[in-house]
Design a binder for this molecule. Structure first.
Ligand code: SF4
Length: 363
């Protein structure tokens, strides 16, 4: 398959690995931001093939993992107490809330539907004019355009029974929070190509300048990731820091202007709570004033007490790259994909799930 097979080529992988091995002379911590990058690194065995001096740190780019506990409780409340039709992507429904997950609420009779697009939820709202329909709008910049489009479309259709429960988070402020965290020691970053494909590169230049660390945008195939690691190592070894795009077949400097236009028609930037990390200023989207009728939190006047995270789950340290999943005492013991204690063990992009499913760990 063009643009895919060549980026899985064993010969190219070997060439990149050889060059990485001959380039690296010092120990470096490199963070891959996105859970999709983490899964590719683990699934393709790349972590085992890199030099010992390169320590890959798994970043916070798993949307399901960083959705606050309180928001899952709000979704459960809407489905159970307000009896809305709650529409969600599949990953989200298994994530534990403080008392139960959406899956458990569904098993108890709540009307929870798995959809593949927010526009499916708009369709459900149109077909069920007597019911309130809420879409659980979770994600990074990548899912913001369709979520924004859903409220724009619902407004145009005068669908008063549709709203979204929003937890949109943004990569650049999270990157700054990690660089500012005294506990984390990240020397260089592999930024996620799909986010840059939407937003472009401009947001990263000031961060690179301010923190003086290399950021390289990569794709998700083995050759994409190794090319990004090599470019990062070359910069670090020379004492350089700059923004590089190692995913030029997809990412343009300006991103996708039409998608950004849709995002900023419906959303504006706001502070956001990140599960396991806390509040990061200006790190998410909220609906603009003119779309507040479509904001489920406002519409249903939800007021739910925030519950503290389980002390057993160290997801915050995993998401900031301070610890690896297998350093969590519960990993593979009390916490498994069948009985997850935290979101990183549930999501298809969660680092704990990646280690559990694919690595060689023996229990
Ligand atoms: S292994 Fe489970 S308990 Fe530990 S950090 Fe991951 S999700 Fe949380």
């Amino acid at each position: 398959m063009k643009y895919l097979d060549e980026f899985r080529s064993p010969e190219l992988v070997k060439q990149y690995l050889d060059e990485i091995h001959s380039t690296v002379t010092q120990s470096w911590n490199i963070m891959e931001i996105c859970g999709g990058q983490t899964h590719s690194l683990v699934k393709n065995g790349i972590l085992d093939l890199l030099p010992d001096k390169i320590n890959m740190i798994h970043g916070p780019g798993c949307p399901v993992c960083v959705t606050p506990l309180a928001l899952i409780d709000e979704a459960v409340y809407l489905a159970e107490e307000k009896q809305v039709i709650l529409c969600s992507f599949g990953d989200m429904i298994r994530v534990p809330g403080s008392k139960k997950s959406l899956l458990e609420a569904k098993a108890g009779g709540a009307d929870i539907k798995i959809v593949y697009s927010p526009l499916d939820a708009v369709k459900i709202a149109k077909e069920n004019p007597d019911r309130e329909v809420v879409f659980f709008a979770v994600g990074f910049e990548t899912t913001a355009p369709p979520n924004a489009l859903s409220v724009i479309q619902a407004k145009a259709m005068a669908l008063n029974n549709y709203s979204i429960l929003t937890s949109h988070v943004l990569v650049p402020p999270a990157l700054e929070a990690i660089f500012n965290d005294d506990e984390s020691e990240v020397h260089g970053v592999l930024a996620a190509g799909h986010v840059a494909a939407i937003m472009g590169l401009e947001e990263y230049y000031p961060i690179v300048e301010k923190y003086k660390r290399p950021v390289v945008v990569t794709g998700f195939e083995p050759v994409d990731l190794l090319a990004g690691i090599l470019q990062t190592i070359k910069q670090l070894e020379k004492g350089e820091y700059k923004l590089e795009n190692a995913y030029k077949r997809v990412v343009r400097e300006e991103g996708t202007p039409s998608a950004k236009e849709i995002i900023f028609k419906a959303f504006e930037i706001s502070n956001r709570d990140w599960r396991g990390i806390g509040t990061i200023p200006q790190s998410g989207y909220k609906l603009k004033e003119e779309f507040l009728n479509f904001d489920a939190h406002e519409k249903f006047k939800i007021s739910i007490d925030k519950v503290k995270e389980s002390k057993e789950c160290i997801a915050g340290q995993i998401l900031k790259g301070i610890k690896k999943p297998d350093e969590c005492p519960q990993f593979g013991k009390k916490c498994t994909p069948e009985h997850p204690l935290g979101a990183p063990m549930v999501s298809s992009e969660g680092a704990c799930a990646a280690y559990f499913h694919i690595s060689d760990f023996q229990f």
